[in-house]
Design a protein around this ligand. Structure first.
Ligand SMILES: Nc1ncnc2c1ncn2[C@@H]1O[C@H](COP(=O)(O)OP(=O)(O)OP(=O)(O)O)[C@@H](O)[C@H]1O
Ligand SMILES: [Mg+2]
Length: 577
């Protein structure tokens, strides 16, 4: 009915004890309230003067007020803790995301990650707020009341005691039904998020193909599905609330009949009978409030489980095998991979038996047909993907490491993909991304080296112009130049990982950009995945990939000398031109 992990959250145990004690006090308030209300009524029944019932009514009023104040106080007590817990959770989720890295987001889908990290935690907050107090009330208050009733008359108490587990069993059965529906609803919700993000991202393509309208139908269908799932949950919720109310009312009626017989037979006097009758609804009340909110919290429960699951995922370990300081990559430094394997799904190898050595300031071209594994190799070299454990070896300057997701290694390279990501920030901040402390003149110089000066001069705010998502648009070539300016600004990173940086640019832009890129190669170890022949002429070593294997490697001259995969691929490229 609730997640036991809930009570393992920090601060929750202490809170549980306090709330438990307050629930006992609340139970006592309820008893006092019933006792003195009944006393007043019995007084009136026996036609006593009005003055004699003032005192019981006053005590009743005090107990009633006390009870309401307790409810307010408990919520007050709960709120800051819930606030803090969800704040901590949000922080933990973000930290976890950073530590899990890009491969997790790729696997789970951006929409899912956003749902979990943002809305999921809001739902958890509601869940905590609704569920904790009610669970504790439900576990304490009925027993306090029952003990008092038992002290008055054991037979009615026995009946109430017997009915309680029946209702619980009934609730559990309905709860399972609701849970199954709510699980479906949550999955539907995540699917909707993913669809929505996908549509937004693909909007230019959809528009261009004239498919945006039909895709809108698609989004409509998915959200309709979600609506139906939500209605199904609400239906079960309504049904179970109705059933529960019916059962508890019936039980109270049975108690009333018992008491009525008792009164007729003279085995019970009016006061205790009335007290028991007044207490009976309160005996069931915590159960009913819990049940009526239960369905509203199911989503929160799922979100909570989701967050817990994500927080429990193993993070990459052994990240400091090369220390925590950036590497000092020199002309005689080397990186050796031998017999390294990688697979996305744990079955089909995406890269197999990689043997490669990169030394000093080599420029290494990576070529191969589409889908041959170039990007996968670059991502492996960047440490964004982790090779199969216990297979092959990776050594950086002779030091064996389990993967390249090394703090020191990642502080030593630049990764320049096809579409470098630009953050929603100023142009200067985007350039100084790896070196936030860089001065504006250094940034200006780096921008000039990257060939951005002409463009910047046309901008109203120059380097202070906002770019990125939702701000000024940037062309593909400009984005690449900004990425290059980052490399010019920080000369301490000696390793460059390029993944087809010019693949989506037209020939003229590429030719202009190439003049900017070539000087960066100086004194850098370069890995350059490409489809374009003219880049290969700039490389002094080439890896030819085919179906995840390095089928040939050597200097371009060596590879050209014998008629193999390289020559075939080169001829294809020439043909394509
Ligand atoms: N995230 C992923 N999950 C599962 N399989 C993937 C994933 N990314 C790539 N693959 C598969 O791995 C293989 C290599 O893909 P990769 O992207 O490395 O090729 P590539 O050589 O970079 O191709 P291209 O020239 O088109 O960029 C392909 O068969 C691809 O389907
Ligand atoms: Mg690729």
């Amino acid at each position: 009915m609730f997640d036991p992990a809930l009570f393992k959250l920090p601060g929750m145990r202490r809170l549980t004890v306090i709330l438990g004690l307050l629930a006992v006090v609340e139970g006592i308030c309820i008893i006092i309230q019933a006792q003195f209300l009944s006393l007043a009524i019995v007084g009136l029944w026996h036609l006593q003067t009005l003055a004699t019932i003032v005192q019981p009514m006053l005590i009743f009023a005090i107990a009633w007020t006390g009870r309401q104040l307790l409810v307010v106080f408990k919520n007050r007590l709960m709120y800051p803790i819930v606030e803090k817990t969800s704040g901590d959770m949000r922080r933990q989720v973000m930290q976890k995301l950073y530590r899990l890295g890009p491969s997790y987001v790729a696997k789970t889908g951006t929409g899912n990650v956003v749902t979990t990290a943002l809305e999921g935690i809001d739902k958890v907050q509601t869940y905590l707020m609704l569920v904790v107090i009610k669970v504790i009330d439900m576990m304490v208050i009925p027993w306090v009341i029952l003990i008092y009733i038992a002290w008055l008359r054991w037979r009615e108490a026995l009946f109430l005691l017997a009915i309680f587990p029946l209702i619980i069993v009934f609730m559990i059965i309905l709860g399972y039904a609701a849970q199954a529906k709510a699980d479906k609803q949550y999955v539907g919700y995540q699917r909707m998020s993913n669809h929505f993000v996908d549509t937004l991202r693909g909007l230019p393509t959809l528009k261009q193909l004239g498919l945006s309208k039909s895709y809108a139908t698609n989004v409509y269908r998915v959200s309709e599905g979600y609506r139906k799932q939500t209605m199904a949950v609400i239906k079960v919720a309504m049904l179970s609330t109705f059933a529960l109310d019916f059962f508890t009312t019936l039980s109270i009626a049975v108690v009333a009949v018992f008491l009525g017989f008792g009164l007729v037979n003279g085995t019970i006097s009016l006061l205790p009978a009335l007290v028991i009758l007044v207490l009976s609804p309160d005996y069931f009340l915590p159960l009913r409030t819990f049940a009526s909110d239960y369905h509203a919290t199911l989503n929160g429960k799922n979100a909570f489980a989701d967050v817990q699951k994500m927080l429990a995922l193993p993070v990459p370990t052994h990240r400091d095998q090369l220390g925590t300081q950036p590497l000092d990559w020199q002309a005689d430094s080397d990186l050796r991979l031998s017999q390294v394997n990688f697979s996305y799904d744990g079955e089909q190898p995406a890269l197999s038996q990689l043997d490669l050595t990169a030394k000093g300031y080599q420029r290494i071209g990576i070529i191969g047909a589409s889908g041959s594994g170039k990007s996968t190799l670059i991502n492996l070299l960047g440490g964004f993907l982790t090779p199969e454990a216990d297979q092959g070896s990776i050594k950086v300057n002779g030091q064996a490491v389990s993967h390249l997701n090394q703090t020191a290694w990642q502080q030593s390279f630049f990764y320049i993909p096809q579409n470098p990501y630009l953050f929603h920030a100023t142009l200067a901040e985007n350039i100084a991304f790896y070196q936030p402390e860089a001065g504006i003149s250094a940034i200006g110089q780096a921008a000039a080296k990257a060939g951005l000066t002409d463009w910047i001069e046309t901008l109203p705010d120059g380097l202070a112009t906002q770019i990125g998502e939702g701000a000024r648009g940037v062309s593909g070539g400009q984005a690449q130049r900004i990425a290059l300016a980052r490399a010019f600004l920080d000369s301490s990173r000696k390793i460059l990982l390029f993944d087809e940086p010019t693949a989506h640019l037209d020939i003229e832009t590429e030719a202009a950009l190439k003049q900017t890129i070539l000087p960066v190669f100086e004194n850098h170890l370069v890995f350059f995945a490409t489809h374009r022949l003219h880049w290969i002429n700039q490389m002094d070593y080439v890896l030819v990939l085919d179906h995840g294997k390095i089928v040939e490697q050597g200097t371009p001259a060596e590879l050209a000398a014998h008629n193999g995969a390289y020559v075939r691929l080169r001829d294809e490229m020439v043909g394509a031109i």
